[in-house]
Design a protein around this ligand. Sequence first.
Ligand code: F6P
Length: 363
Amino acid sequence: MATRKRIGILTSGGDCAGLNAVIRAVVFRAVHGHGWEVIGIRRGTLGLMSRPPDVIALSLDMFSGQVLRMGGTLIGTTNRGNPFAFPMPDGTIVDRSEEVYAGYRALGLHGLIVLGGDGSFGILARLVAEGGLDVVGIPKTIDNDVPFTENAIGFISAVNIATEALDRLQTTAASHSRIMILEVMGRDAGHIALAAGIAGGADIILIPEIPYTTDALARKIQEIETGWDRDFALVIVAEGCKTEDGSAVTIADAQGRPRFGGIGHYLADRLGQATGWESRFTILGHVQRGGSPATTDRVLGAAFGVRAVDLIDEQAFGRVVVWQNRRVADIPLDEVAGIHRNVEVDGPLMTTARGLGISFGDE
Ligand code: F6P
């Protein structure tokens, strides 16, 4: 009797809304469409390094209730699990890639679906090249910095949350005649700030791709006050923006590793001093990664999940599913790996934002 095919799925890097929708779509397509078995690998590549591998069988009945609607990832994730440079408890850095290959082989997988961002895909390409893993990638990251796909899973959900934050900040800004600054995630890319800034009616959008000056920001506030007779303003800033003199603004975690955070505080001080207006800042943080996924992330998740399973069926490994021109497509993992997609400074959304009179602090 022919053995039933078994595929694996893992989530890697920071979580976001919509991951469970993808996992569900993969299980539905694999089980309903192909009669396969699906194994969820816990906590990304850490699950493949565990002995025995840390896995959970994913069955249809697990997805009959709330899972589609839930944030996070049912199978866990890590953004500290680079097997080629793994941080051990004693402080040493060790190459544990052989353990990943052995874990993958021990599971007898006919293919592995990996949900990751640009960092995870770089690692994945190396695992494929050096370990011969049969993988298909699905882009997910609130930062939306994976190239060749219009959207990654989680981006629109994060933009919705940031937009809602601006909605809430607007009323308190107006009530108190203040500048309200919202700091959002995105690492070195300004996609969340740009999209939410447009959707939420920001007066100023600051993104890492465009250097700004306090003078230009103060001029915009002046224009709001004298030209528009308004006494409040909304600013959205991407966490990866630097100070005016080009220094990164970071905070250290308990292990001394730098993390983004604090540019909103810096700007509130600068703008307060330059304009005389009262300024407040809000760091939105990990709220942007939680909660129920937006409908677009669910639709994208369904399309990506179904196509990823079908690529395994076609033995088309080493590919990443992408969203281009209103349809799902797939491209070689090697073309995606190691490339980081920033905001196009002359792109269509920038034209829209400038057309609305939004300032980027550069003119
Ligand atoms: O890459 C996704 C992301 O949410 C970034 O926007 C943010 O800078 C980072 O992860 C935060 O990572 P952590 O969960 O380690 O704090």
